[in-house]
Ligand binder design. Structure first.
Ligand code: DC
Length: 230
């Protein structure tokens, strides 16, 4: 495989399997993996802890003045063979997966100041290329010149099932219907927000993985990568 380092963006709907692919690709290529959803979730956890959602809108708007207190870092976790996210030196990798965070994250993700801060961090990690990033606006906005843009989708049932299984495995008490409702809500919020909405980049390759195994998806993507790296 040619050694030219490229930027690979993987955008798509919630629980469409973006991170599974992004992790596998980054491991194989030894690239940095950026889970941008984890960053939005981390800011949301911070906001919940600051009780931003306990009263009215005023609080959410004023939340932006607290953004400077947030320091986010990704670090490799040898024990679990994965990248963990740290908020002000605290490992919050597991805490950001809760449904509480999932129900509030869309509100935080629509704040321009939050997007600006997280976009800067993402571009900085990717400044020397050699990065796989998954999210909603990675191909359209954060890295518009990336060499490979993937756009993921899958039926709402398969996405709900995957997320439900994942949450159960982690020990969260949730119902299938609750998970489905949250995914539908986030799809609507992600695609309809004014700033950096989720939208298939025109120059992206679409993968609908409703009926595709992970191996099939990876085989297909590595063929694309090999062409792009030449
Ligand atoms: O990928 P995820 O489900 O962990 O992302 C959580 C939320 O963060 C998602 O509902 C929308 C928001 N998000 C975003 O607005 N922009 C990104 N690049 C990534 C995530």
């Amino acid at each position: 495989m040619n050694n030219r380092k490229i930027v690979i963006t993987i955008d798509g709907y919630s629980s469409s399997g973006k991170s599974t692919l992004a992790k596998a690709i980054s491991k194989k290529l030894q690239y940095n993996y950026v889970d941008s959803g984890a960053m939005y979730r981390s800011v949301t956890l911070f906001a919940i802890r600051k009780k931003v959602f306990n009263s009215d809108l005023w609080n959410v708007q004023n939340f932006t003045s607290l953004l400077k207190e947030i320091n986010l870092k990704f670090k490799w976790n040898k024990k679990y063979n994965r990248t963990d996210i740290f908020l002000n030196k605290e490992n919050i990798q597991s805490k950001i997966r809760s449904e509480k965070v999932a129900t509030k994250v869309s509100l935080i993700a629509q704040l321009p100041e939050v997007r600006k801060k997280l976009t800067l961090i993402q571009r900085n990690i990717g400044k020397n290329r050699g990065i796989v990033i998954d999210g909603r606006d990675a191909g359209n906005y954060v890295f518009p010149k990336s060499e490979l843009k993937i756009f993921m989708k899958g039926s709402i049932e398969i996405r709900t099932y995957r997320r439900y299984q994942d949450l159960k495995k982690r020990g969260y008490e949730v119902s299938y219907e609750e998970v489905k409702k949250n995914l539908i809500y986030r799809d609507i919020m992600d695609t309809s927000r004014n700033i950096s909405p989720l939208k298939k980049p025109v120059d992206s390759i679409e993968i609908d993985n409703t009926f595709l195994s992970i191996e099939e998806q990876l085989n297909f993507i590595f063929q694309l990568i090999n062409k792009r790296k030449k």
